[in-house]
Design a protein. Structure first.
Length: 204
């Protein structure tokens, strides 16, 4: 359980670190008007796949960690189903997105569709699991931030969808903030399992 949580944290941190690195590798893809997935284009676009693999490994480890950490009645099976869908959706990120302003291709369509449904499933997992953690009274102290991140995530997701529809140049910034909120929630939650701070005493 604790080992799985550590692996999950490592995967998510790798994801964030690679995204930060990509900005320096491809500075022409600015924070403001380019989506994260556009880093795949260019000479070092393959580096982005390290982030995708890190996210995938982290997500698989998260499912196992949460399953082991929260036995019935503390476990929410529906939340794990949601995150399972989100994890499968990560695979669609292996299909390159179309560059901004270019006509959509089959690859870009699969990428966008997977991102949309994957994000919804991931947000539903976070909302349901946060509520469950709140009910078992583990969201105390610094871990209370998970409640605020869970509220912020769907708001930012809707903002990304609206801004992207209008092709506003700040979509890149909002998307990066949204992804960061998701990743920080996942990392903090996994750290809570690793340290047993988010696990009820009777389940330890």
């Amino acid at each position: 359980m604790r080992r799985l949580a550590f692996i999950a944290m490592a995967g998510f941190i790798t994801f964030l670190c690679v995204l930060l690195l990509m900005h320096f590798i491809h500075p022409e893809y600015t924070f403001s008007d380019h989506l994260i997935s556009e880093y795949v284009h260019g000479e070092y676009g393959w580096v982005l796949y390290i982030a995708i693999i890190g996210n995938l490994i982290g997500s698989i480890a998260l499912i196992g960690s949460v399953y082991k950490a929260y036995p019935p009645p503390n476990r929410s099976h529906i939340s794990l189903v949601f995150y399972g869908i989100a994890t499968l959706a990560i695979l669609t990120k292996l299909f390159p997105i179309d560059s901004t302003g270019k006509s959509i291709t089959l690859s870009g369509y699969i990428h966008n569709l997977g991102g949309f449904f994957g994000s919804i499933a991931g947000i539903l997992f976070i909302l349901v699991h946060t509520k469950r953690l709140n009910l078992i009274e583990t969201l105390v102290g610094s871990y209370g931030i998970l409640k605020y991140l869970a509220i912020l995530a769907p708001i930012l997701f809707v903002a990304v969808m609206i801004i992207a529809a209008y092709m506003d140049p700040i979509v890149g910034i909002i998307q990066r903030i949204y992804v960061s909120v998701l990743m920080f929630w996942l990392i903090i939650a996994m750290n809570g399992i690793r340290t047993r701070k988010l696990i009820p005493r009777r389940s330890q």
